[in-house]
Design a protein around this ligand. Structure first.
Ligand SMILES: Nc1ncnc2c1ncn2[C@@H]1O[C@H](COP(=O)(O)OP(=O)(O)O)[C@@H](O)[C@H]1O
Ligand SMILES: [Mg+2]
Length: 279
């Protein structure tokens, strides 16, 4: 089913803008603004870190991107939606295109791995049981957990739990994946493994990824675009990362018409090409 989103951006199709913030501020009650005059553009296929110390406004920024919060002033566009004008009833449809990963995992602890990931498919009402199985196992394969699909999530290690959360966030094939401190509760080695999952998803499918983290070690090791916040302001931005120009994104979207509208109708960046393997 084709979605009705129209790009508000002029310019070349291979430079689709996924996120655009224009002079965005957010003030909670009477305090100093949590986010102040932020400007930001993120193009399709980019991998972006947002860093900054506690209280610098990272989570507030992220919540405005998924329309959990509205800005006090300024404009927020995500995937072609104008989030100041989006009607309330359209918000679920908008959010369907975004996968979100939280620091505290937010899993269903009394269910197994498969059910946790399948849950996201039920929310968007994927009808066929076979399709759900295929999609869930594909997502679990991507994060390296397909051999553990029957395990209860409360029996897994922290790193495995976070990978279940990532599988759940990608199973609906979002264009944009947003994570707020996804490695905040993990030790350094496990955090690195989880980061490699994000890296792989970005490189293989061209999924645009924005990760909030204050882990400077990981950020510098990854070598991707970094936006730094301080006291609500974006104080530095390394700019688009080199990976954007190496063709991964275009390659994987090539049989998708160069327009968001047709992606669900015409192609699927997370295609699962193998035969149904009988789960
Ligand atoms: N719901 C809220 N109500 C009032 N103040 C808030 C709320 N959420 C965050 N803040 C304040 O906004 C500022 C930015 O917070 P936040 O966006 O959570 O920063 P970060 O994620 O970088 O730690 C902080 O001063 C914080 O205390
Ligand atoms: Mg935060």
């Amino acid at each position: 089913m084709a979605r009705k989103t129209k790009s508000i951006y002029a310019g070349p199709q291979d430079e689709k803008i996924v996120i655009s913030l224009r002079d965005v501020s957010k003030t909670y009650s009477k305090e100093a603004p949590a986010v102040s005059h932020a400007n930001l553009e993120v193009r399709e296929g980019e991998f972006v870190f947002v860093t900054g110390e506690t209280g610098s406004g990272k989570s507030t920024l992220m919540k405005m991107l998924i329309r959990e919060l509205k800005p006090s002033s300024g404009e927020v566009y995500v995937l072609g939606y104008d989030l100041n004008r989006i009607r309330h009833g359209k918000i679920p449809q908008f959010r369907r295109n975004i996968g979100v990963v939280f620091q505290d995992f937010r899993l269903l602890w009394d269910r197994n791995v498969f059910d946790n990931v399948a849950f996201a498919q039920h929310i968007i009402q994927v009808p066929g049981r076979k399709d759900i199985q295929k999609n869930v196992l594909f997502a679990l394969d991507l994060v390296g957990l397909n051999d553990k699909y029957r395990r209860r999530t409360n029996e897994l290690s922290g790193g495995e739990q976070q990978r279940v959360a990532i599988a759940r966030a990608i199973v609906n094939k979002p264009y944009l994946l947003i994570a707020d401190e996804p490695t905040g509760n993990l030790d350094a080695d496990t955090a690195w493994d989880v980061m490699q999952c994000f890296d792989r998803i970005n490189r293989e499918f061209g999924t645009t990824i924005l990760i909030v983290t204050h882990d400077r070690g990981i950020v510098s090791r990854m070598g991707r675009r970094v936006i730094e916040m301080k006291k609500g302001e974006i104080i530095s931005d390394t700019g688009s990362d080199a990976d954007f120009s190496d063709g991964y994104a275009e390659e994987n979207y090539q049989d998708v018409d160069a327009d968001y509208n047709d992606v669900y109708a015409g192609g699927d960046p997370y295609r699962y090409d193998e035969e149904d393997d009988g789960y």
